[in-house]
Design a protein around this ligand. Structure first.
Ligand code: ZN
Length: 111
């Protein structure tokens, strides 16, 4: 799973503002889930994710080095949020994006 954040949003099913879980792959919001009723909204971000990933990979060495020189301490704590440091994290991100894309397609068919 990518990065997860919690925010208060209006849920169409609950009809009120509830706590929502936002699942990100890198910088892209992939799934929004109401923690009260479980209603989730998936977005198909595959194309944007791949473009974003390519850019993250390409800019990684130079960017990491610059950030490390500037902020040696914050560098290590902020790293997991922007660039998957382990292959397993990357695989989890890709799975999240593709699973959400499949779910988003189903929504389109039923709506
Ligand atoms: Zn809800």
């Amino acid at each position: 799973m990518g990065t997860v954040e919690h925010v208060t949003l209006a849920c169409p099913r609950c009809g009120q503002e509830t706590r929502h879980e936002l699942a990100y792959a890198g910088r892209l919001l992939v799934v929004t889930t109401c923690t009260r009723c479980g209603n989730s909204l998936e977005r198909d971000v595959r194309a944007r994710y791949l473009a974003d990933l390519r850019q993250r990979m390409m800019s990684k060495p130079g960017r990491m080095l610059r950030r490390f020189r500037r902020h040696p301490l914050s560098f290590t704590t902020s790293l997991p949020r922007t660039v998957p440091s382990k292959p397993l994290e990357l695989i989890a991100e890709v799975k999240l994006v593709w699973r959400a894309a499949a779910a988003a397609r189903q929504h389109d068919n039923t709506d």
